[in-house]
Every structure is written in structure tokens, then in C-alpha cells.
Design a binder for this molecule. Structure first.
Ligand code: XLS
Ligand code: NI
Ligand code: NI
Length: 439
């Protein structure tokens, strides 16, 4: 289904294999191919983000946008927003992705007052629904932008201004309603401005309580309207504030548990946010998996030389391969997916670049999946891991795991033995060789 003329010169992106030199084809991503018992499409659940791909115009802190999309009239009007939706769905279908994701403000502009703002969102939502129905493309997640407008300059639900808290309640309520209306499978909270720049003007205790109260109200509201999508929190340690409250996965989970909210949320993990927190992406994914909280992934990458969120398209299929080991262990991404939260560089100014970028991201994760398939089928790495903990499978270890020991019984055991058994080698280098042999 082609609606617009902007991509007429680009073919529908299809799988052609590694031998192909067609730049507008997938080399690794074969949607229907069965890998580890599921189609690649079902493992990956690829999603295009509305904000970078359709609203990002290449602006950065040193200069304004450089990208002129031929369908943009330079305004942020409702008319323009409605016209843009057709281009979006034309792109999504040409690329062959199943999902997209958006913030309220990506799809619809603010109006002169909040009543108009809410009406604008619904006007566009109705249009999006028609396009979803016509194309079969689905909404992976919706969210509210509680960070761009100057009213959020001191926080959203953690703003010292109670009216801003109320404003955010309206935004999240409407965004949940719209996400439900569009059959969205998840709802994401990225606390863009939830953090601080100076402790001198910040009451940490109060802000934390407000943050928890706000999330609690969102949970209650979703329940009251029977929104069944999964709530996700996207950790990020810094940027735009110097310290963001949702620092990393472990911090978020601790906060949720402390406030009795943990059952209602999973995590949306982003590569570039993990590295800003001083973790690698796979640390965050492995942690979330280990506690049953892996929800979805914002698939992008940072630049190893830069200390900010560069939101580049993923290229590291080795990293993706390792990620798939945890995702596989998790049984897949559930209602989540691979959302390419990434933007083309400001000098990549053609519409063609939008395609090259997504082909790169999708192929990177598809190639990783094919590598993971070899690792998992071979079973060597899993076996080493199992063997490493074998002392807990029997004897005193099994007693510990079953909760049948205490300090006295353990003391009696080890004193009698006189010394701990010698450690076996960790074999890191061997395992690195093994991992490399699959790549
Ligand atoms: C910003 C975040 C943002 C979220 C959605 O760094 O990645 O884009 O994914 O609000
Ligand atoms: Ni993100
Ligand atoms: Ni980000």
C-alpha cells in the first residue's frame, strides 16, 4: 500500500541474503526464517520510533536542523501532523516493520490550551488508527513527552510546582487512553526531566515521594480503564539532568520495590543509556532477565569516544548476539520489541538514509540472532556456566540453595572440612575464544 510519492524511488525492502549488493535489501533479516523455533520477525518485533525518524531534523546543541523533509511545511500545525501520518505509514510498510512507537507530542502539536491539546492528540490518534487498520502495522508503545516544553524545566512529576504535577497527570492519562485506543502493547515512562541539576535546590525525599505517587496513580488509572498493556520504565543515568532518578535497571527496580510498585512494571533498556551508566548493554539486559523484568529494548548505540546519548543505529552484531542469549533465556521479549531509538546523523540528509539506517539496525540484530542460534544449539557456553556452579547442585551447596542452612550449620560443615575446596579456573579466555568461533 503506497500512499505518498516520497519513497517512489525506493523498492520495498526485502531479504536478499549476504551475497546481495542491493543497498535497499536485508542481508541478514529474513522475516519468515525460523530461528530457534520462531520466525525472526517474532523474535525481533521491530519498531520504528516516530520522534527521531519523523520529527528529528538534525538539530544539535551547536546548530539547528539540517534536514529538510519534502513532506514538511515548516509548521507544527495539526494539518501538518495529520498529513505526516501517511508518510510515516508509507515508510513503515516499505521497510516491512510491524511496529512503531511515539510520544504524544511527536504525533500531535500542543494547542492554545490543554483542551485543544487533548483534542489535537485524539484527532491524530483517529487517523493513526485508520492507517494501522489499513496496513496491519501495530503500536509497540506509547508515551508522553514530559520533557521538551519549558514548563518541565524543573521536572515533570518531580517538579517543585504542583501544577506541573497535575499537568503531567493529564498528559499521561490521555497518552494511556490513546495507547489503549490504538491497541498499544506497552506504555513507556522515560523520566526525561525526573532528576536534578543541583542538590542546593532539591529536596530528594519529597521528589522521590512525588515520583512514586505519580507512578502509583498511573497504575491505578490503567487498571480503572482496563488498559492491559505492559508498563515499562526506561532507565537513564544522566542527560538532560546531571542525575536522573531512573539511573539504571537496578536503581529503578529498587525504587519500585521500595514503593510497592514492582509488580506493575518491567524495564525498557536502551544501549546508549546503559553505557552512560557505566554498564554495558548486556549487563542491563542480563540483570533485567535475572529478575524477570526484561520488558523491551531501545536498540541503538553510543559512540565509544562520546559521553552523551548519540542515539546511533546499532552496528555491533557481537553485542546483539550476546543479548539474544538472555532474550532467549527470557523466552523472547514478550510484549516488547526492538525499538530503534536512533537517529540518522545531521549530515545524512536524504530520505534514502532513513532506509539505510533502519536496514543497518535490523540486520545487526538479525545477524546477532543467527549467531546466538549457533551458540545456543551448540550448548558449549551453557554447559560451562552450569558446570561452574555445580557445587550448588549437590551436597552442602544444594542445602544452601534450598534454604536449609544457617551460620551454625555452615560453620560446623566447613570447620570439619578444614578448608574450602580449591576453585576451578574461570576460563574467561577460553570462553572468549569459544564465543569468537561462532561470530
Ligand atoms: C531519551 C529516551 C527517549 C525514550 C522515550 O534518551 O531514549 O527517547 O526512549 O521517551
Ligand atoms: Ni529510548
Ligand atoms: Ni535515549
Amino acid at each position: 500500500m503506497a500512499f505518498t510519492t516520497f519513497f517512489d524511488h525506493i523498492p520495498t525492502i526485502a531479504y536478499e541474503g549476504v551475497e546481495s549488493d542491493n543497498p535497499f535489501a536485508f542481508k541478514w533479516y529474513d522475516a519468515k526464517a525460523k530461528v530457534l523455533g520462531k520466525s525472526m520477525k517474532d523474535w525481533m518485533r521491530n519498531s520504528v520510533c516516530y520522534w527521531h525518524t519523523f520529527r528529528g531534523m538534525g538539530g544539535d546543541p551547536f546548530g539547528p536542523g539540517t534536514i529538510c523533509r519534502p513532506w514538511e511545511d515548516g509548521t507544527d500545525s495539526l494539518d501538518q501532523a495529520l498529513r505526516r501520518t501517511e508518510v510515516v505509514f508509507d515508510f513503515l510498510t516499505k521497510l516491512g516493520v510491524e511496529y512503531y512507537a511515539f510520544h504524544d507530542r511527536d504525533v500531535a502539536p500542543e494547542g492554545g490550551n490543554l483542551t485543544e491539546t487533548n483534542a489535537n492528540l485524539w484527532a491524530v490518534a483517529k487517523q493513526l488508527k485508520k492507517l494501522q487498520d489499513a496496513t496491519g502495522v501495530k503500536l509497540l508503545w506509547g508515551t508522553a513527552n514530559l520533557f521538551s516544553h519549558p514548563r518541565f524545566n524543573q521536572g515533570a512529576s518531580t517538579s517543585p510546582n504542583a501544577d506541573v504535577f497535575a499537568y503531567c497527570a493529564n498528559s499521561v492519562k490521555e497518552a494511556i487512553d490513546v495507547t489503549k485506543f490504538l491497541g498499544g502493547e506497552n506504555y513507556v515512562f522515560w523520566g526525561g526531566r525526573e532528576g536534578y541539576n543541583s542538590l542546593l535546590n532539591t529536596d530528594l525525599g519529597r521528589e522521590g515521594r512525588h515520583f512514586a505517587a505519580f507512578l502509583g496513580m498511573a497504575v491505578d488509572y490503567a487498571k480503572s480503564v482496563k488498559f492491559r498493556g505492559q508498563f515499562l520504565i526506561e532507565p537513564k543515568p544522566c542527560e538532560p539532568t546531571k542525575h536522573q532518578y531512573d539511573f539504571d535497571s537496578a536503581t529503578v527496580l529498587g525504587f519500585l520495590e521500595r514503593n510497592g510498585l514492582a509488580d506493575h512494571f518491567k524495564l525498557n533498556i536502551e544501549q546508549n543509556h546503559a553505557t552512560l551508566a557505566g554498564h554495558d548493554f548486556n549487563h542491563e539486559i542480563a540483570f533485567a532477565t535475572s529478575v524477570g523484568k526484561l520488558g523491551s529494548l531501545d536498540a541503538n548505540r553510543g559512540d565509544t569516544m562520546n559521553g552523551w546519548d548519540t542515539d546511533q543505529f546499532p552496528t555491533d552484531f557481537r553485542e546483539a548476539a550476546q543479548a539474544w542469549l538472555y532474550i532467549h533465556q527470557n523466552g523472547g521479549l514478550g510484549s516488547g520489541g526492538l525499538n530503534y531509538d536512533a537517529k540518522v546523523r545531521r549530515d545524512s540528509t536524504d530520505v534514502d538514509d532513513m532506509f539505510h539506517a533502519h536496514i543497518c539496525g535490523i540486520d545487526t540484530w538479525a545477524r546477532g540472532l543467527r549467531i546466538a542460534e549457533k551458540i545456543i544449539k551448540d550448548g558449549k557456553l551453557a554447559k560451562v556456566l552450569k558446570t561452574r556452579y555445580a557445587s550448588y547442585d549437590k551436597g552442602i551447596g544444594a542445602e544452601i540453595d534450598k534454604g536449609r542452612t544457617d551460620f551454625r550449620s555452615l560453620q560446623a560443615y566447613i570447620v570439619k572440612k578444614g578448608e574450602a575446596a580449591p576453585n576451578a579456573s574461570g576460563r574467561q579466555e577460553l570462553l572468549e575464544n569459544v564465543f569468537n568461533s561462532y561470530v
